[in-house]
Design a protein around this ligand. Structure first.
Ligand code: AMP
Ligand code: GLY
Length: 423
């Protein structure tokens, strides 16, 4: 069969890599892809949000299955467009993608179905939002309702910070329309974990546990990023907690969406806060995590293609995934300066040497090809992912890869996986 993967980051390189191992697949295309993906798939020059062009391409090439990586095309309705044209596509439709696209939608869903989360209220009036913050006090969390490229959440330690955030979002509209309304919620403390489940809208197939490192610097210091590293399994998610998450979060979410006439299919990403062995939902995403996909898919033994196809068809029967009994750790190499401004176009060395290392994959995220040379092009550039019998071995493997790769001003964390070791 012919598969099209939409996107061009580390998550999509990982998906393409995993899909390429399936005996069911004859040809993989990726739009727009990246230089790492180009080694496994034919990259086509269509942006991930150019839905009409992607549809024309898929019809012309007779694509059997399209797999969508990022959230933006999902919230724009790529799934609705493809399905209307009779094409199979993996991911939630536009209505269901609101679970990530609107904080208010997801908070209301959780309230309706008693899914554990932080107490909240939503506001479209600036004065009322400020009054609520004054009444609740700090710490408190302010969230722009819509998609804000991961920057729309402000964890405010003082009332003044929270009010400044409401001013930025609602008055100065720093996130544009995404800030027409805000959700203000209780601050939760605890340890974060990521939980993923494949679903066809009715049945679920949960993945192994994982955790990412969101802050840019060692010791969880500095600003939030898309993720500076990740690992799987996550020891904080014990077998008992895993079952609690499935029963109290994942199942009621999928059941609730279906009951609301808005069935969710694809992969559901639940961001959790764990405290005293109990999970509460921080957020939902309508897609795979990046970089959580890197360690998760390196550990996945089962063929992913039948699962993607079954979800797209609404026929998910499989009830378990085979995993390699190993740990995987992904260290993200970023451009120095990220998540703020950074220099682009710097030549990257050591990729050939890293490719020689066994049980190591270097997934490309923000790379480009310039005069035959791989250069940095985005904030997060590479996801160096190692597999090992233990977390310690996987960490050592990933950092052995990191050691041989270099460019000017490369930045990475030195403590990826440390939290898992400490347990
Ligand atoms: P989000 O964009 O919803 O993933 O939020 C970004 C980050 O903000 C999360 O990964 C958490 O670290 C933090 N966060 C969001 N909501 C809360 C909350 N209610 N309490 C504490 N931290 C939060
Ligand atoms: N790793 C966080 C995310 O994918 O949103």
């Amino acid at each position: 069969m012919k598969i099209l993967v939409v996107g061009g980051g580390g998550r999509e390189h990982t998906l393409v890599w995993k899909i390429s191992q399936s005996p069911l697949v004859d040809k993989i295309y990726c739009a727009p892809g990246n230089p790492g993906i180009a080694e496994l798939a034919e990259c086509v020059h269509i942006g991930a949000d150019e839905i009409d062009a992607l549809l024309d391409f898929s019809l012309a090439e007779k694509i059997d299955l399209t797999v969508v990586g990022p959230e933006v095309p999902l919230t724009m309705g790529i799934v609705d467009t493809f399905q209307a044209a009779g094409l199979e596509i993996f991911g939630p439709d536009k209505a269901a993608a609101q679970i990530e696209g609107s904080k208010k939608f997801s908070k209301d869903l959780m309230a309706r179905y008693n899914i554990p989360t932080a107490a909240y209220q939503s506001f479209s009036d600036h004065g009322q939002a400020v009054a609520y913050i004054r009444k609740q006090g700090a710490p408190i969390v302010v969230k722009a309702d819509g998609l804000a490229a991961g920057k729309g959440v402000i964890v405010a330690m003082t009332e003044e910070q929270a009010i400044a955030a409401v001013d930025d979002i609602m008055l100065d509209q720093v996130f544009g329309d995404a800030g027409a309304s805000v959700v203000i919620e209780e601050f939760m403390d605890g340890e974060e974990a990521s939980f993923f489940a494949f679903t066809d809208g009715k049945n679920i197939l949960p993945l192994a546990s994982s955790q990412d490192h969101k802050r840019v610097n060692d010791g969880d210091e500095g600003p939030n990023t898309g993720g500076m590293g990740a690992y799987s399994p996550a020891p904080v998610v014990t077998d008992e907690l895993y079952q609690i998450i499935v029963d109290t979060v994942v199942k009621p979410t999928i059941k609730g969406m279906a009951a609301d006439g808005c069935p969710y299919s694809g992969i559901l990403y639940v961001g959790l806060m764990i405290k005293d062995g109990k999970p509460r939902v921080v957020e939902y995403n309508a897609r795979f995590g990046d970089p959580e996909a890197q360690p998760l898919l390196m550990r996945m033994k089962s063929d992913i293609v039948p699962v993607l196809q079954a979800c797209a068809r609404g026929e998910l029967q499989q009830d378990s995934i085979d995993w390699y009994d190993k740990a995987a750790v992904c260290v993200v190499l970023a451009s120095g300066g990220y998540p703020a401004a950074y220099e682009k176009g710097l030549p990257i060395s050591g990729l050939d040497e890293a490719a020689e290392i066994e049980d190591l994959m270097v997934f490309h995220a923000g790379t480009a090809l310039k005069d035959g040379q791989i250069v940095n092009q985005g904030g997060r550039v590479l996801g160096v992912t190692g597999l090992g019998d233990t977390v310690r071995e996987a960490i050592d493997k990933a950092y052995a890869g990191v050691k041989v790769i270099h460019w000017d001003n490369v930045h990475y964390r030195h403590d990826i996986g440390a939290r898992a070791l400490n347990r």
